[in-house]
Structures are given as C-alpha cells and as structure tokens.
Design a protein around this ligand. Structure first.
Ligand code: PXG
Length: 299
C-alpha cells in the first residue's frame, strides 16, 4: 500500500485516516463553505495567488471569516504539498463555516475550519485530449445570482452534480448548463469556449459563470497568440455550428469537444485554435508558478 496522504486540518498535518471533521460542521450540515481546486506542475503551484484570492473573495461574500492571512494560506498549501513529497498533482482547499449547532445560524460557528488535501488527479483519459470529449446539454439550470451567486465557489454543488449525472446518462463526459434565460453558461465543472471563423467566443460573467482561472489564462494566451476573443451571450445553436469547441478548468486544463448533443463539431477532430491553446497552456503551466521546493528554478 502507498504511504497514507498527510492532510492539513486547522494547522495540523494528519495521516488521511485521522483527518476528520465534526458531524456538527456547517460545511457538512448545510454546504456552508467555500473551496478551490489548484494544480501543481513540475514542482510549482500554478496561479496559486489567484486561487487564494478567489477563495477569500468567495468567503467574504458569504460573510465567512478565514482565520489566517492569504500569505499564510499560500504557505499552508505549499507546506502540505511538500509534506507529501509531490511535484505534480492537485490540491483541494476547503474552508467550512466550522462547528456549530443544529440550526442554520452561522453565528454559532465560532471558527472556520481549513482543510488542504494534496493528491493527484486525472479527470479525463489522454484519448480525450487527442480526440475530444462528448458533451450534452443538462436540463438542470445554473442557479442565478438571485439564489446562489455562480461566481462564488461554494460547497453547494448539487446543481452541478445533478447536471453531471444527466451528462453521464446521455453518454457524455461533460454537461453544458444553461442559465435561467436559456443562454449557455458553462459546464458542470469547466468554462466553455467556441471558435467560429477564427474568432474565439465565450459566455460573459453575467451569463452566470464561475470566473474560471483557466478561463483567465486562456484570455492571456489568446491575446499573446494574436487571436481575437469576445465575450458574448450564446445559445446552443452557436455551439452546434461552431468550428471548434473546447472546455477549460483546473482539473480538465484545455480540452477539446468533438460532439455536442449528437452534433459533430467542426471536422470532428480538435481544431488548430484549440490545439494551439492546449500547447501554450501546457508550456505555461510547466514553466511558471510558486516554487514548492528550493530547487525549483524560476524561469
Ligand atoms: N466552472 C465551474 C462551475 C467549476 O466548478 C470551473 C468552471 C473552472 O474554473 P477554474 O478556476 O478551475 O479554471 C470550475 C472548476 C471537476 C471539478 O471535477 C471542477 C471544479 C471543482 C470541483 C471539481 O471537474 N471547478
């Protein structure tokens, strides 16, 4: 058996079988908390400051006070990866409202709990990156900001889980979620991009999306590569007639889509814009980031 993982909980690094939280934690009882998924490549954590900043913004909007500074949080992430001797992998950072009573009020929760799990992840097979994913529209809609702000990466992921179930039932790997108006918002765990006549299009923030960090990286890469990128509201039709479709996410990275709701996208193979962005993303991810170990040279 492999060595058990060391999991960070509230300042302590514990073996995974001892890393436990209370049944009275409001993260469990009410999904009251926030989280982040972060990747590290070649001994460096990719976009760590941005992930931590988003975590604090999510927490602030929920009136959840994180009992450490952003710098200390960055240190906790790096230390947890180091304690597990990993160079390539995935971090799940979770902040819950903490232990409280059997009532909704968060004011009985005295202190937020902080959990850092450093492990490995492979969301899709290598074949998906070479040939593309199959995606399908979910009937579960993305909640509007009137009920649950989509920009907040909260522990309430049930609509995304329901969407994922529908996608899998349709024989697809990912599900496209529409917003309440019927416009395309994003996938259950990824942002979505369309390429049409050489121009890259993606739904705007107000379409009800998570402001994905991989999405932001793709904006930067698209500009550097000289592509035009526009944010606009799109319907399923815009996706059906796309030349290329691709998804972005920390776990998925940049992944092509070859089929959507039974329609073949473009030539049915990853297109040149997607391939270029996949290549540039990989190069950036493997050469930049916060060093975990002393020996990681900065480029
Ligand atoms: N939209 C949603 C709804 C997400 O949950 C993204 C977009 C991509 O954002 P980043 O910042 O990672 O580029 C996410 C990512 C999974 C999984 O299993 C994905 C996410 C969270 C948990 C699991 O694919 N979030």
């Amino acid at each position: 058996m492999q060595n058990p993982l060391k999991v960070y909980i509230d300042g302590q690094l514990l073996p995974e079988n001892e890393a436990k939280i209370s049944v009275f934690d409001h993260g469990l009882l009410y999904g009251d908390g926030v989280f982040e998924g972060i990747r590290f490549y070649c001994g460096r954590v990719f976009r760590l400051e941005e992930h931590v900043a988003r975590l604090y913004d999510s927490a602030k909007s929920l009136l959840l006070t994180i009992p450490m500074t952003q710098e200390e949080m960055i240190g906790a992430v790096v230390d947890t990866i180091k304690a597990n001797g990993l160079r390539d992998g995935y971090v799940r950072l979770v902040v819950t409202r903490g232990v409280g009573g059997l009532g909704l009020s968060p004011y009985r929760c005295k202190k937020a709990s902080i959990i850092v799990i450093a492990s490995t992840i492979q969301l899709y097979d290598q074949k998906c990156y070479e040939e593309g994913l199959k995606v399908a529209t979910c009937s579960t809609r993305r909640p509007t900001s009137a009920s649950l702000e989509p920009a907040v990466k909260s522990l309430n992921y049930l609509s995304n889980v329901m969407g994922k179930i529908e996608a899998i039932a349709a024989g697809a790997e990912e599900g496209v979620m529409l917003n309440e108006q019927g416009f395309v918002s994003e996938c259950t765990g990824d942002n979505i991009f369309v390429v049409k006549n050489g121009i890259i299009h993606t739904p705007p923030r107000h379409a009800g999306i998570l402001d994905g960090i991989t999405r932001r990286v793709v904006f930067e890469l698209a500009v550097s590569a000289g592509f035009t990128l526009v944010e606009r509201q799109m319907t399923r039709y815009d996706l059906y007639v796309a030349d290329e479709l691709f998804l972005t996410g920390t776990a998925a990275e940049v992944v092509p889509v070859h089929q959507y709701d039974e329609r073949v996208i473009g030539t049915g193979k990853p297109g040149p814009v997607t391939q270029r962005l996949m290549h540039d993303f990989r190069q950036l991810a493997e050469s930049t980031g916060t060093p975990i170990y002393e020996d990681a040279k900065l480029s």
